[in-house]
Ligand binder design. Structure first.
Ligand code: BES
Ligand code: MN
Length: 454
């Protein structure tokens, strides 16, 4: 029996225990952004470290980052074989709006084929499945490849400490390829691999026109209103074709070639289904591109929030002194978040009238990424998916961001294989987040076959 066959046999006998253990993991509220969950973050990291010790890794430790710890693990007992760095994150998003959950987000609950919990799809189930795949190899005596784990606790807040962490531990993290479990597939029964991700640059803007809020009758008409200034500024960020109007914004965008456009057009995408899934009345976007291209291959800018003045119940006649907006750009490969910030500053400077002050604050950022679809590791992943699902896998681009992918390309010089099993209707970051349970077991099997196939 080959090592892979032995491991698959182990999975078949052990899979009955997976669900209870996964529920334990999901029950810990590891919300990275909330100070009150600090203790839960360490508990989750320790829970994971115990699992890694349990499968027989040589070194397992919690490493400090300045923020939430990284769970690191290592087994280098297969000299001459490739070294795979497994990436995952153990943090989750907050649960609000809590009233819209059918069951408590931290009391994982099975309904039908789904397991409902915060983090079920993004992404505790998948890192759990990867560990289970490793466990399945362990009794047979050793793993098929050298393995390193980097499981972070700050992905959902933009991985603020991760670039420095990777840079300082460059040698320790050296590897041939990254197995990134933070991803999804096109459909329940339609496997796919993400080969491109959008990056992110997130900003907050404050506009101020005077010192304190004033009476809008006494002063209105004689001085500027910062909300008007902000509204005009926001309006100036797009043109009538849905393109971002920042000078230089598209300069570095890698255009799709015809071959790739044709491949994207063949993906099983349906505009009407997409519209319905979004619950929108109509689709909208940059002229000249399909929905798949708009989301996967074109950069965008979205206002995430806007506030200022009086927003309480009733009426208050006020001339507010300040106005605020949060906005984010989704970037594609080769666009540089720092350059985008420079373009924004120049644009604001040119558009804000004299006598108005403004502050632009850069929040999190992360580069986009595009991966080689022909590499041996990519082929091994496609083969594994095809064997497990019994359907030929497809290549897709992802509109969401996993900044670590681009960061690892830059700092470690390696591509990531995005092998995750979430679905676009899993409700990640929203209420009733869920995971389609049959793909937990297929996921474990896929990881086994991928690692064995390398
Ligand atoms: N897992 C998601 C990204 C994702 C979404 C991958 C859908 C595949 C399919 C990730 O945790 C996430 O939400 N990332 C954030 C960026 C981060 C910097 C806060 C995002 O895309 O908004
Ligand atoms: Mn995630």
């Amino acid at each position: 029996m080959s090592a892979v066959e032995r491991a698959l046999a182990h999975v078949r006998t052990a899979r009955g225990t997976y669900l209870d253990e996964l529920i334990e993991f999901l029950a810990i509220p590891s919300i990275s952004t909330l100070p009150e969950n600090r203790g839960d973050m360490t508990r989750t990291a320790q829970w994971l470290a115990d699992r890694l010790r349990g499968i027989g890794l040589e070194t397992v430790e919690l490493m400090s980052t300045g923020g939430h710890p990284v769970v690191y693990g290592e087994w280098l007992g297969a000299p001459g074989r490739p070294t795979v760095l497994v990436y995952g994150h153990y943090d989750v998003q907050p649960v609000d709006p809590i009233d819209e959950w059918t069951s408590d987000p931290f009391v994982p609950t099975v309904r039908g084929d789904y397991l409902y919990a915060r983090g079920a799809s993004d992404m505790k189930t998948q890192i759990f499945a990867q560990v289970k795949a490793m466990e399945a190899f362990a009794p047979g005596g050793g793993f098929p490849v050298n393995i390193k784990y980097l499981i972070e606790g700050e992905e959902e807040i933009g991985s603020p400490n991760l670039p420095r962490f990777i840079e300082t531990h460059r040698d320790q993290l050296a590897c041939d390829v990254v197995l990134n479990c933070d991803g999804g597939i096109l459909g329940k029964d339609q496997p796919s691999i993400t080969y491109a991700l959008r990056g992110l640059a997130y900003f907050e803007l404050e506009i101020a026109t005077h010192e304190k809020d004033l009476h809008s009758g006494v002063f209105g008409g004689s001085i500027r209103n910062p909300i008007h200034v902000l509204a005009e500024l926001i309006a100036s960020l797009h043109d009538a074709d849905g393109r971002v109007a920042l000078p230089g914004f598209y300069d570095k965008v890698r255009e799709l070639d015809e071959e790739e456009r044709r491949a994207l057009a063949r993906l099983p995408h349906d505009d009407e289904a997409w519209r319905a899934m979004a619950g929108a009345k109509a689709l909208y976007g940059e002229t000249g591109y399909t929905t798949v291209e708009r989301v996967g291959a074109r950069p965008t800018l979205d206002i995430n929030g806007i506030w200022g003045g009086f927003t309480g119940e009733g009426a208050k006649t006020v001339l507010p002194a300040r106005a605020f907006a949060k906005f984010s750009t989704r970037l594609v490969a080769d666009q540089d978040p720092a350059e985008i910030q420079g373009q924004l500053e120049a644009h604001i400077k040119a558009h804000v009238p004299e006598g108005v002050s403004w502050k632009l604050h850069g929040h999190s950022w992360g580069p986009g990424a595009i991966m080689d679809r022909e590499s041996p590791c990519m082929r091994a992943a496609m083969t594994a998916l095809g064997e497990v699902f019994g359907v030929a896998p497809l290549f897709k681009r992802e509109g969401g961001s996993v900044p670590v992918v681009g960061i690892m390309q830059e700092l470690l010089g390696v591509d990531s294989i995005m092998l995750g099993f979430g679905l676009s209707d899993d409700g990640i970051h929203g209420p009733d987040e869920r995971f389609y349970l049959p793909n937990l077991y297929r996921g474990v099997e896929t990881y086994v076959r991928f690692l064995g196939g390398l």
